[in-house]
Ligand binder design. Structure first.
Ligand SMILES: [Zn+2]
Length: 237
C-alpha cells in the first residue's frame, strides 16, 4: 500500500474519531479545508496593510518608539473569527493555527517588495514559567513560518522576558513604561547589530508590549526594527 494512501485512510479514521470542525462556526470540515471552512475563510478580515503605505498600526506607535515600519495581518474584533482562532491557539493547545496563519500571511508578505530585507525574526517572548505552563509560545510557529517565507532567521533566545508581571494597560503611557521597562532584556547586545529585525506578536491592542520590546531591541547598535502581528484591534480615532 502506498504511504500517501495509508496516510489518507488514517486521516479519515482520525476525522471520524475526532471530527475536524471549523474554528469559526463549528461546521465539519470537508476535503482540503483546514481549520476554517470555506465560508469562514472568506470572512476573515485581512487588514490588507502593506509595508509600503502608512496604516493605522503605524499611527499606534507614532512618537513612541523608533521603528522603521509596522503592519498587521488581520483585524481582531470582539467575538469574531480572528478572536476564535487566537483563543484556540493560546488556550486550547491548537498550536497548528500559528502554522496556518503564518503560511497564509507569509505568502502575502513574500509578494510585498517592501519587506524583502529582513535578516532576523524575533517573537515577543513569554516568561519561562509561562512557557513551561503553556508548553509553547503561541507566536513561535507563526513567526517561524514568516521566517521561512522571508528567508530570514528565526531567533528566540536574544529577546527575553525577565519578569512575569502582566503588561499594564493604564492610559498613562509614561507611567506604564516606567513600571515595565525592565521586563524585557537582551541576552546578547551584539547579535542583532546592524540587522533588520522583524518583531512579531499575536495581537496589538495598545501597543504597550511591542513598545517595551522594541525599546529593549533598540539597545543594539545599528538595528532597524519592523513590527507585525497576527492581528490588530482596530483603532477608531
Ligand atoms: Zn466555518
Amino acid at each position: 500500500m502506498q504511504k500517501t494512501k495509508l496516510t489518507n485512510i488514517l486521516n479519515d479514521i482520525n476525522n471520524i474519531l475526532v471530527p475536524r470542525v471549523c474554528f469559526g462556526c463549528n461546521a465539519h470540515l470537508i476535503g482540503g479545508e483546514k481549520h476554517l471552512c470555506t465560508v469562514c475563510r472568506n470572512f476573515v478580515p485581512l487588514t490588507e496593510y502593506s509595508f509600503n503605505e502608512e496604516n493605522r498600526v503605524d499611527r499606534i506607535f507614532y512618537g513612541r518608539i523608533n521603528v522603521k515600519k509596522t503592519s498587521s495581518f488581520l483585524f481582531f474584533t470582539e467575538n469574531g473569527i480572528v478572536q476564535q482562532l487566537i483563543h484556540q491557539l493560546k488556550y486550547k493547545n491548537q498550536e497548528q493555527i500559528g502554522v496556518f496563519l503564518g503560511d497564509w500571511y507569509g505568502q502575502l508578505l513574500q509578494e510585498d517588495p517592501f519587506l524583502d530585507n529582513i535578516d532576523v525574526i524575533v517573537p515577543v517572548p513569554l516568561h519561562r514559567k509561562k512557557l513551561k505552563k503553556r508548553g509553547y509560545n503561541q507566536v513561535a510557529e507563526f513567526a517561524k513560518r514568516l521566517a521561512h517565507y522571508l528567508n530570514a532567521e528565526y531567533v528566540d533566545n536574544i529577546l527575553l522576558k525577565t519578569s512575569n508581571t502582566k503588561t499594564q494597560t493604564q492610559k498613562n503611557r509614561i507611567g506604564r513604561w516606567q513600571r515595565n521597562k525592565a521586563l524585557y532584556v537582551l541576552s546578547d547586545s551584539k547579535f542583532l547589530k546592524n540587522k533588520n529585525v522583524l518583531l512579531v506578536d499575536d495581537v496589538i491592542t495598545s501597543g504597550a508590549t511591542m513598545e517595551i520590546c522594541a525599546k529593549a531591541l533598540n539597545e543594539t547598535e545599528g538595528i532597524t526594527i519592523y513590527i507585525t502581528s497576527m492581528a490588530v484591534v482596530p483603532q477608531f480615532q
